[in-house]
Design a protein around this ligand. Structure first.
Ligand code: NDP
Length: 450
């Protein structure tokens, strides 16, 4: 879709010229700006204050060398990033991704999306993201530790509990956060809540591990209840990925009465018509750091298929993509729709291509976009920050109840915004607008020069 609004068209043209070849970033900016048409048409002050021009440009973008020594004594060099995108409503907040595909475009796309997601949670957090093209897969603990320490030696100059609070993401789990936190503390001689996703023995929050997957299901449940009087009960669910988000989405979907029949990794997917046995998955993925294929060696009747895309050919009522960006394309959307899917909600960031999103919306499939549906992780990170500031720890039940409440509110705020701006039920538009309004208002109040 071309922009009808001239101001948005001009801003987007400039973003394209300034960020050539950054396809993921441009995809994210386009999708978000398209939603803003009715907002900037209705209120010209967004244009006169240059809000859109400013919101698409990171406040700060840091790129640095990360050198470390592998187990054979060889020097390795990776590239580290931190994108501090927007601090209008709070300290920058967003995860650190460790994956070979990490580059400036991916980090900027994630940082940009994070602005609106964090605003949607209702908590005071700005948007940021970081990471490295380091691949933790196949590395020893010692190698991961030396990488994390080197990464933090540089990153520590730019972050702080009141400045920028990174967290986990793909490839950055409890082990990596621990090594990074240890290094920050050594360098700064400070015990502060500078990272979230910490271990429970040193300031982590109960329910943070479960939060993104659980939150995704709370959001999906509310969406189904309010939009079509439906629920997880008795439904067949397909979930892609088998990492942190996928595992805890599987757990909660099952608790809510759904039957999860498939999970995947980047090599292929498993189909278990009897419902995934999560204890087996946790053992393989969380304890042994193995491949999802091994599930079939341990569970009778389960099938393994090479290639991860085929997972979307399995007939289901609810599809929850929880692996990575652009994993669900137009063709996959067609198949899901043909097979009768009623709801799709994104656990991963931008897992559906723009073509797939359009198809779901046109077909009347309930669609929960990532920045709303997967905000439970960062919301609980925000709750971890509050507990660190108070130097208190809340119970699992307290955190889980707050998480549920936040996800229910995110659905309603997104739904109401979609209605107010003339596209009732389009949660892509609703979430973008609801997230944007608060940030834009704060930017107006704070003036132009930062
Ligand atoms: P993990 O690293 O724990 O797991 C990622 C999973 O996705 C792995 O099973 C991985 O398989 C799989 N995967 C990666 N690429 C592909 C692919 N092309 N096709 C199929 N599977 C693939 O990451 P998380 O679970 O933490 O994150 C998953 C997504 O959720 C990401 O988009 C992340 O940004 C998003 N997210 C995460 C949050 C969190 O709290 N963790 C919060 C909000 C969003 P393999 O082992 O083969 O690489």
């Amino acid at each position: 879709m071309a922009f009808k609004n001239e101001y948005l068209a001009k801003v987007y043209e400039k973003v394209c010229a300034r960020n050539p070849g950054e396809s993921e970033f441009l995809q994210a900016v386009k999708e978000v700006l398209e939603s803003f048409e009715p907002v900037v048409e209705k209120d010209k002050s967004y244009e006169t204050n240059g809000i859109i021009d400013r919101i698409v440009e990171p406040e700060r973008f840091i790129q640095f060398r990360v050198s470390w020594v592998d187990d054979n004594g060889n020097v390795q060099v990776n590239r580290g990033f931190r994108c501090q995108f927007n601090s209008a409503i709070g300290p920058y907040k967003g995860g650190l991704r460790l994956h070979p595909s990490v580059c400036a475009s991916v980090i900027k796309f994630l940082g940009f999306e994070q602005i609106f997601k964090n605003s949607l949670t209702g908590l005071p957090m700005g948007g940021g993201k970081g990471g490295s093209d380091f691949d933790p897969k196949g590395k020893s603990d010692g190698e991961v530790m030396r990488f994390c320490q080197s990464f933090m030696t540089e990153l520590s100059k730019h972050i702080g509990a009141d400045t920028d609070v990174p967290a986990g993401d793909i490839g950055t789990g409890a082990r990596e956060i621990g090594y990074m936190f240890g290094q920050y503390k050594r360098l700064r001689n400070e015990f502060t809540g500078v990272l979230t996703g910490k271990g429970l023995s040193y300031g982590g929050s109960l329910a943070r591990t479960e939060a993104t997957g659980y939150g995704l299901c709370y959001f999906t449940d509310e969406m189904m209840k309010c939009m079509k009087n439906e629920s997880f009960n008795g439904k067949t669910v397909v979930i892609s990925g088998s990492g942190n988000v996928a595992i805890y989405a599987t757990q909660k979907a099952t608790q809510l009465g759904g039957k999860v029949v498939a999970l995947s990794d980047s090599n292929g997917y498993v189909y278990d018509k009897n419902g995934i046995n999560l204890d087996v998955v946790k053992q393989i993925k969380e304890v042994e750091r193995g491949r999802i294929k091994e599930y079939c060696d341990r569970v009778e009747g389960a099938e393994y298929h090479e290639g991860c895309k085929g997972i979307w050919t399995i007939p289901c009522d609810i599809a929850l993509p929880c692996a990575t960006q652009n994993e669900l394309d137009g063709e996959a959307a067609d198949t899901l729709i043909k097979n009768g899917v009623i709801a799709v909600a994104e656990g991963a960031n931008m897992p559906s291509t723009p073509e797939a999103v359009e198809k779901f919306l046109d077909a009347g499939v309930m669609f929960g976009p990532a920045k709303a549906a997967n905000a439970g992780g960062v919301a609980t990170s925000g709750l971890e920050m509050s507990q660190n500031s108070e130097r208190l720890s809340w119970t699992f039940e307290e955190v889980d109840a707050k998480l549920k409440n936040i996800m229910v509110n995110i659905f309603h705020n997104s739904y109401n915004a979609s209605k107010e701006y003339g596209n009732e039920g389009n949660l892509v538009m609703g979430a973008n607008i609801a997230g944007f309004l608060k940030v834009a208002d704060a930017m107006k109040w704070q003036g132009v020069a930062y």
